[in-house]
Write a protein that binds this ligand. Structure first.
Ligand SMILES: Nc1ncnc2c1ncn2[C@@H]1O[C@H](COP(=O)(O)OP(=O)(O)OP(=O)(O)O)[C@@H](O)[C@H]1O
Ligand SMILES: [Mg+2]
Length: 230
């Protein structure tokens, strides 16, 4: 599914060049549930942005479902994102003036789905997230956990094979966090590949494999090894 080969990412800041990702090679198979952990500033979000085709590597090769996206421009990357990837973020990234249902419809508008089908699928995804009675609420009239459920409904509505979540429980209490992780677990059991960045060991427990990032490099472990090392 995801094949990163010798990926680097550096940023120019003034005259300096900061190397944030240093020679990352990583394979994530179809159907995996992977957690990415590591200290603040180690490069987790930078790595997720590349995996999610939101950013491009400075060098190296990235194959997503066998498609070499390394050299793609903005439009091509946007097409890949819309077709293949669902995103969930710590701060939900819902549009504040749109109802829950309209927020969930957005990716389908970009994908050119007709209105009736869009509404049907948005309602279905929200109902699945337990939000059938919250469809017409604006985001600020929803709790944190409910906002994240709307975001997950939006992420799954185009039926992506891959969901990327950067600290999806970072703004939620423990109980709500576990409920959100159970939703990811359920999606994973249906075959969706899940990659989650987290600082929380309880969240990483849901993954089958934990990948540690330190100073822009990978330290890969199985979940079992990782538990023993805690
Ligand atoms: N656009 C940018 N320009 C310059 N430096 C950047 C840019 N984006 C990220 N960095 C730097 O890259 C490093 C890694 O950032 P990144 O956001 O990937 O860390 P992270 O592991 O996600 O941290 P956190 O756990 O705090 O979210 C940081 O030192 C950051 O300052
Ligand atoms: Mg981050």
């Amino acid at each position: 599914m995801i094949q990163l080969e010798s990926i680097t990412r550096s940023f120019a800041v003034g005259k300096e060049k900061i190397q944030v990702l240093d020679n990352i090679s990583l394979t994530i198979d179809d159907g995996e549930f992977v957690a990415i952990m590591g200290p603040s500033g180690s490069g987790k979000s930078t790595l997720m942005n590349i995996i999610g085709c939101l950013d491009k590597p400075s060098s190296g090769q990235y194959l997503l479902a066998g498609e070499d996206v390394s050299g793609y421009g903005e439009n091509e990357l946007a097409r890949v994102r819309n077709k293949s990837i669902g995103f969930v973020f710590q701060q939900f990234h819902l549009l504040p003036r749109l109802t829950a249902k309209k927020n969930v419809e957005l990716p389908m508008i970009y994908a050119g789905v007709a209105k009736t089908e869009r509404e049907e699928r948005a309602e279905e995804a929200l109902a699945r997230m337990g939000l059938h009675d919250r469809m017409d609420h604006l985001p600020n009239a929803l709790s944190g956990g409910q906002k994240q459920r709307v975001a997950i409904a939006r992420a799954i509505v185009n039926q992506p094979k891959l969901i990327l979540a950067d600290e999806p429980t970072g703004a939620l209490d423990t109980k709500t966090s576990m409920a959100i992780m159970e939703l990811f677990q359920e999606l994973n059991r249906e075959g969706v590949t899940i990659v989650v960045v987290t600082h929380e060991p309880e969240v990483a427990e849901y993954a089958h494999r934990v990948i540690m990032v330190r100073d822009g490099r990978l330290q890969s472990t199985s979940a079992a090894d990782w538990r023993l090392s805690k």
